[in-house]
Design a protein around this ligand. Structure first.
Ligand SMILES: *Cc1c(COP(=O)(O)O)cnc(C)c1O
Length: 225
């Protein structure tokens, strides 16, 4: 292993250890938290050492980038689980359904309908998270908290979509914990068991508030340029 590969493996272990420690402190089973290694913007060479360290769950935020990077890697590691964590345009729904095992950014009826169509066409059914715009930021994707219950019900009842949980990205300039707590509350009252929340800067707080999926990029792969 060269130095860079060694560093990535060490960082991965440090993040995984910290998740496990926090989970145990909260009386949770560490295995109830999935670490999604967010490899967006990083080339295949940066991903390889993390795969070599045995990690199999990865996140990308752009369909095109994932399409260029992952099919070859997956041929070598068929047990990789790939998560789409970025916004999804309806016209990319087909590629997204084909490539990803889990999609975290379902946030509007037009996308739900596009996903239904592509799931029927391809026979693939990626698990879905509904993204909630907990900070109600105009520039950010996600359903408004007040509209979440109705949208979740519509996804389940009208479209029969495999919604497993909720996802949020708190505003950068606010403490994240109230946003994590709000997401957990909306999930609980809708009977959803998965919570995708927490990134490099705040995954421990997210685990304390019930995250089942943390999305960690720079703490594993280093700073993005
Ligand atoms: C980039 C990204 C992350 C990872 O961010 P880091 O701060 O590098 O850990 C997590 N979630 C989403 C939606 C992202 O786009």
């Amino acid at each position: 292993m060269d130095d860079r590969a060694q560093l990535a493996a060490e960082r991965l272990k440090a993040v995984a250890d910290s998740i496990a420690r926090t989970a145990r402190e909260e009386g949770r089973d560490p295995a109830s938290v999935t670490l999604i290694a967010v490899s967006k913007t990083f080339p295949v060479e940066a991903v390889e050492p993390v795969l070599a360290a045995g990690h199999r769950v990865f996140g990308e935020n752009r369909v095109q980038e994932a399409k260029a990077k992952w099919p070859a890697l997956r041929e070598r590691c068929p047990d990789v689980e790939l998560h789409l964590i970025g916004p999804l345009q309806s016209n990319k729904a087909r590629d997204a359904v084909t490539l990803f095992d889990v999609i975290h950014s379902l946030d509007r009826p037009s996308l739900a309908e596009a996903l239904v169509r592509e799931m029927e066409r391809t026979g693939r059914r990626p698990r879905l998270f509904v993204q909630v715009n907990t900070g109600e930021e105009p520039q950010k994707a996600g359903v408004a908290p007040a509209e979440a219950d109705a949208f979740i019900a519509q996804c389940r009842d009208t479209w029969k979509l495999p919604v497993v949980g909720l996802m949020c990205i708190p505003p950068v300039d606010e403490p994240p914990s109230p946003h994590f707590a709000l997401l957990a509350k909306i999930a609980a009252r809708n009977g959803l068991s998965c919570l995708s929340m927490g990134m490099s800067a705040d995954f421990e707080q997210a685990v304390m508030l019930g995250a089942t999926h943390v999305r960690v990029g720079s703490a594993i792969f280093g700073a993005r340029h």
